[in-house]
Ligand binder design. Structure first.
Ligand code: KIV
Ligand code: ZN
Length: 519
């Protein structure tokens, strides 16, 4: 069976970037555009060229560089906006001009102060003007879901006649609900003369948490383009999340019978990039890309999952370029999962040992919400089976030096459990990197930093920063935390905290050598 194709129109760089606090510079926008091209989205809406010189420049640069995807720019139904688009999109391989115009009664009266006939006239004029420069023209009747249906048909009919090739139906204020929206798409398909000449698109906002559901309902009713953003970022509660739409269509291909051209293995990387550049953290329980999306805690789920993944998992995290699924240890976890976790940590316990650890684990789990790997290691090591492994360092001094154009240098003094002082100096890409390299010199461990996060814990210029690091060594991963007013120093505490956990985990104990004794 030949399945139909859905066009993925990504508006992360336009509607996504438009939301408060998400603004990106040109370099960052280009980086995201490259990642969107890798993902193989069909259309990248790169910005609103008439909105600002910065927006103009970023659309221009993206149009000049990105290949494989169409590049679109947004325009009001005004000649000056369309001209700005024509100039910005000049070098695009496949340019698209996206013209929008308010159509609902509330917008007609309060936004544009125009009668229905004037709206149609303005839209037609704009499309005819744009058509002189560009074949691919998209038209959006803004606030379509609150526009009178009959008027919407009149507007769309006129725009098709004027040359629009895509008709986008925006749920601008996230007002519609799935059944109603699919009825609307069906109504427009049935009642708009010439609608087969254009692609029907939808653009849903998430004010009621229904953006993805509404978009999918529209696809079922015949829409063949969906506008969406990475991680669902966008005005107010955001736009439909691209990764959710794409994975819903892939996972339920049996139901929709529709393909997207998206290379899903790049989803996770794209989500992380957008989150780190906008500073918008992805909520833990976010579908598809949230930290918990592939994590299981309940004993029953873990038991089933360990027997056969599809008992409790409908997607493979590898399909989105994510890490393996995670068994989270907590009060709901069972003996099977604990045994599995101990094995992962390198301990093959006897039944008797497992019973002891399991009893202590349950007591701890009642007190502590989340049980980390090192909590379990401590429980194992408390049993005296491997007492000699508890070796640690503490950070006694940090000296950090950097100047513009130079190579940052960090010096550390660490005290080991036996009271010895160790000192080392190293360079790095930045002050934190230099510090971590100096710590590695002392411990002799070449650790890999996989994640680094600084959060302000208090307000003001002298705010306390909390640094979280994820560090891996020899296929073992730990999390370290450190806090302080000085972020570089707090980073050092976090890194040493992680190293101590790795050393507790390491059956071999601390690694000797590589250290330069201090004075
Ligand atoms: O939400 C909206 O209506 C828009 C249009 C410009 C398509 O973003
Ligand atoms: Zn929008």
């Amino acid at each position: 069976m030949n399945s139909e194709k859905l066009i993925i129109f990504d508006t992360t760089l336009r509607d996504g970037e438009q939301c408060p606090g998400a603004s990106l510079n040109i370099k960052e926008k280009l980086e995201i555009a490259r990642q969107l091209a890798l993902l193989k989205v069909d259309v990248i809406e790169a910005g609103f060229p008439a909105a600002s010189p910065g927006d103009f420049e970023s659309v221009k640069q993206i149009a000049g560089e990105v290949r494989g995807a169409s590049v679109a720019g947004l325009a009001r139904a005004l000649e000056k906006d369309i001209e700005a688009n024509v100039r910005a999109l000049e070098k695009a391989e496949s340019p698209r001009i996206h013209i929008f115009l308010s159509t609902s009664k509330s917008h007609r009266v309060h936004m544009v102060n125009k009668a229905k006939e004037e709206i149609i006239e303005m839209g037609v004029k704009a499309i005819r003007f744009a058509k002189k420069y560009c074949d691919d023209i998209e038209f959006s009747p803004m606030d379509a879901t609150r526009t009178e249906k009959e008027f919407l048909v009149d507007v769309l009919t006129a725009m098709i006649d004027a040359g629009a090739t895509t008709l986008n139906i925006p749920d601008t204020v996230g007002y519609t609900i799935p059944g109603e929206f699919s009825d609307l798409i069906h109504y427009l398909k049935t009642n708009t003369p010439g609608i087969d000449k254009a692609v029907i698109s939808v653009h849903c906002h998430n004010d009621l948490g229904l953006a993805v559901a509404n978009s999918l309902a529209a696809v079922q009713a015949g829409a063949r383009q969906v506008e969406c953003t990475v991680n669902g970022i966008g005005e107010r509660a955001g736009n439909a999340a691209m990764e959710e739409i794409v994975m819903a269509l892939k996972t339920r291909k049996d139901f929709f019978g529709i393909d997207t051209g998206i290379d899903t293995k790049h989803i996770m990387a794209c989500s992380k990039l957008v989150s780190s550049l906008t500073g918008f953290f992805v909520q833990r329980n976010k579908a598809v890309v949230g930290k918990n999306a592939f994590a299981h805690e309940s004993g029953i789920h873990q038991h089933g999952f360990l027997k056969k993944k599809d008992t409790f998992e409908i997607m493979d995290p590898k399909d989105i370029g994510g890490d393996d699924s995670e068994l989270v240890m907590g009060k709901h976890s069972g003996r099977n999962a604990l045994q599995h976790k101990c094995k992962e940590l390198g301990y093959d316990l006897t039944q008797e040992e497992l019973d002891t650890v399991f009893n202590e684990f349950k007591i701890l789990a009642d007190e502590k919400k989340e049980i980390f790997d090192d909590d379990i290691l401590t429980l194992i090591q408390k049993q005296n089976w491997s007492q000699k492994n508890l070796s640690t360092y503490s950070l006694s001094k940090v000296i950090s030096h950097f100047e513009t154009g130079g190579s940052p240098e960090g010096t550390v003094e660490l005290t080991s459990r036996d009271g010895k002082l160790h000192r080392a100096t190293a360079n790095g890409d930045g002050p934190v990197d230099a510090l971590f390299n100096a710590i590695d010199k002392v411990t002799g461990m070449a650790c890999k930093l996989t994640e680094y996060q600084v959060m302000s814990k208090t307000h003001g210029k002298d705010a306390q920063g909390e640094v979280t690091v994820h560090v891996s060594h020899d296929n073992r991963k730990v999390l370290g935390k450190g806090a302080g007013v000085n972020t570089v120093e707090a980073s050092g505490y976090a890194y040493v905290n992680a190293i101590n956990k790795l050393l507790i985990k390491s059956k071999a104990g601390p690694i000797e050598g590589g250290e330069i004794p201090g004075p």
